[in-house]
Ligand binder design. Structure first.
Ligand code: ADP
Ligand code: MG
Length: 534
């Protein structure tokens, strides 16, 4: 039998409410996530009890959110396990942290205030960010339980009394503050729910309509999901984006829990490759869309959802960066992306080549950053070659070239400026690789350091025997001096340059449509480029 009582909410400092407002104001929307998550938790508890005690409850479990413009209230109702008066005293009145001052001290420098709630079991109290007056009406599932009505008006006092609630479950009623009336607008509330509750595992209704997908694709096993379903899920997440290039479905139970689907997007100029695009969930509750720590840096463009129920989210960002479990998640993702690339490369070059154009810079960067990643994908890196404008791997290229130039890779990094040289190569049946991305200069050096017997030379850095006539032109030029063409050119350069000890070598190109070439030694050019950059 509950008697009407009044008492103090036990916190050791004066009053929690100004603190909640002051420190948690930055993302008020979060109260809705907290209340709905509590409702879902209560339903899960009910489902468990139902199973364990064989209660045979056949209810349709759901959370109902109701907005009452006239009363100025937002209500979150569930048919979960409910609370007895004793439980309200224990779980609501005794706020679950020792000192609000400690709390401020710890977090005064924290930038990302959004994430504080939940870490501290401040969940329910986040409703005081938008409401001064909050009511709980609850009926526990327990036999002969009495319904309770708890109220608090934003001070450290509460009231608890019996009420006549008939249905099992809990109703949280928020009397919204004057300047929080936006939470009475179904469109705004729907948008917030879509963000936080889109994939919750229990039916969430807003004004009677179900708003969520209870079984998001990542909860299924990869073997039962079709390509079309992956694409459809992607379209749901990113309606404005082109089809993703590839995806990986994670379903790991050991040594930690990690589920999710990540997609490599089709990159456009608008796509921001510097910021994180992953949605992090904890048991299908949205947590954050800004956790770059979870993804290896070179895979920052990855989009999609990761559900990591046992991540230590109650710690700061810098801690997360060094957390061993977060590091393992990064390793798993890196490993799975490597495997996917190998898989694609092996399966069908025609599909792989266009994808490669979008991903190669990231792959190359990854190879330079992570040795494990390098080892996995190194044999599948492909290059566009001038031969018949097809793609080739390095071993394939070297194999074809070995008669003419062993262990030497010719490349162009500017097809336009180096067109003449490329034409010359082509006319003599020689191939060069096109390495014209920003990263390629570094990548070439990296490859040379990894494969010390291979040398890269730009097409205009040296001239191979293969491009020359066996015998320099001996053709006598008509005229008074009767010198050969070669001798005349030599004389011309000597006279005009006037450098002592100058050696001039005259060669004749096989392809006589090219009038002449200026060469610059690979190493000197690289040195010059480097000093210029410095
Ligand atoms: P947390 O969810 O992290 O435990 P909260 O402040 O969100 O912290 O909730 C405190 C406690 O209040 C919960 O653990 C639960 O016991 C109880 N509670 C809150 N909301 C409900 C609800 N809708 N139904 C049943 N119990 C609830
Ligand atoms: Mg909670």
């Amino acid at each position: 039998e509950i008697e009407k009582e009044e008492g103090s909410i036990s916190i050791h400092t004066e009053n929690i409410f100004p603190i909640i407002k002051k420190w948690l104001y930055s993302d008020k929307d979060i109260f809705l996530r907290e209340l709905v998550s509590n409702a879902v938790d209560a339903i899960h508890k009910m489902q468990n009890v139902n199973l364990m005690e064989g209660l045979q409850i056949a209810d349709e479990y759901k959370v109902d959110i109701h907005l009452d413009k006239e009363a100025g209230t937002l209500t979150v109702a569930d048919n979960g396990i409910g609370m007895t008066a004793e439980e309200v005293r224990k779980y609501i009145n005794q706020v679950a942290f020792s000192s609000a001052e400690d709390f401020i001290e710890k977090f005064k420098d924290l930038e990302d205030k959004n994430q504080i709630i939940g870490h501290f079991g401040l969940g329910f109290y986040s409703s005081f960010m938008v409401a001064d007056h909050v009511e709980i009406r609850s009926l526990s599932y327990q036999k002969d339980a009495e319904a309770v009505h708890w109220q608090c008006e934003g001070t450290t006092t509460y009231s608890l009394e019996p009420t006549d609630k008939k249905e099992r479950g809990t109703e949280i009623v928020l009397h919204l503050n004057e300047d929080e009336k936006e939470f009475l607008d179904p469109a705004s509330v729907s948008e917030i729910l879509k963000k936080f509750c889109n994939f919750l595992p229990v039916s969430i209704h807003l004004e009677g309509e179900e708003i969520n997908d209870k079984n998001p694709l990542w909860t299924k096993s990869a073997s039962e999901v079709s390509d079309e379903e992956y694409k459809e899920f992607y379209r749901k997440l990113y309606p404005m984006s082109a089809e993703p290039l590839f995806w990986i479905h994670l379903n790991i139970d050991f040594p930690f829990n990690l589920k999710g689907i990540v997609y490599f997007p089709h990159l456009t100029n608008e796509f921001d490759v510097t910021k994180s695009h992953i949605n992090l969930f904890c048991n299908q509750v949205f947590v954050s869309d800004n956790t770059p720590e979870l993804i290896p840096e070179f895979l920052t463009p990855l989009q999609g959802c990761l559900d990591a129920p046992d991540l230590p989210l109650n710690v700061s960002r810098s801690y997360l960066q060094n957390d061993p479990q977060v590091r393992k998640i990064r390793e798993v993702i890196s490993g799975r992306v490597a495997a996917k690339i190998v898989d694609l490369a092996k399966k069908d070059r025609e599909i792989f080549e266009p994808i490669w154009e979008d991903i190669h810079s990231f792959v190359k960067y990854g190879m330079m950053r992570e040795d494990k990643f390098y080892e996995k994908v190194k044999d599948h890196v492909i290059y566009r070659a001038t031969g018949d404008d097809a793609y080739t791997t390095l071993p394939e290229y070297l194999e074809r070239a070995k008669e003419k130039h062993e262990n030497k890779v010719y490349y162009a990094n500017d097809e336009g400026a180096q067109a003449t040289y490329l034409k010359l190569f082509k006319s003599q049946g020689m191939e060069a690789l096109i390495l014209d991305a920003m990263i390629d200069n570094h990548f070439i050096q990296f490859l040379e350091s990894k494969n010390t017997d291979i040398k890269f030379e730009r097409v205009d850095s040296d001239i191979t025997e293969n491009l020359l006539e066996a015998d320099p032109s001996q053709e006598i030029v008509e005229g008074a001096d009767n010198k050969t063409k070669g001798q005349r050119i030599e004389q011309m350069f000597k006279d005009s340059l006037d450098i002592k000890g100058l050696t001039i070598r005259i060669e004749t190109l096989k392809d006589d449509s090219v009038p002449g070439m200026i060469l610059l030694n690979e190493q000197s050019r690289r040195f010059k480029e480097m000093t210029r950059m410095m």
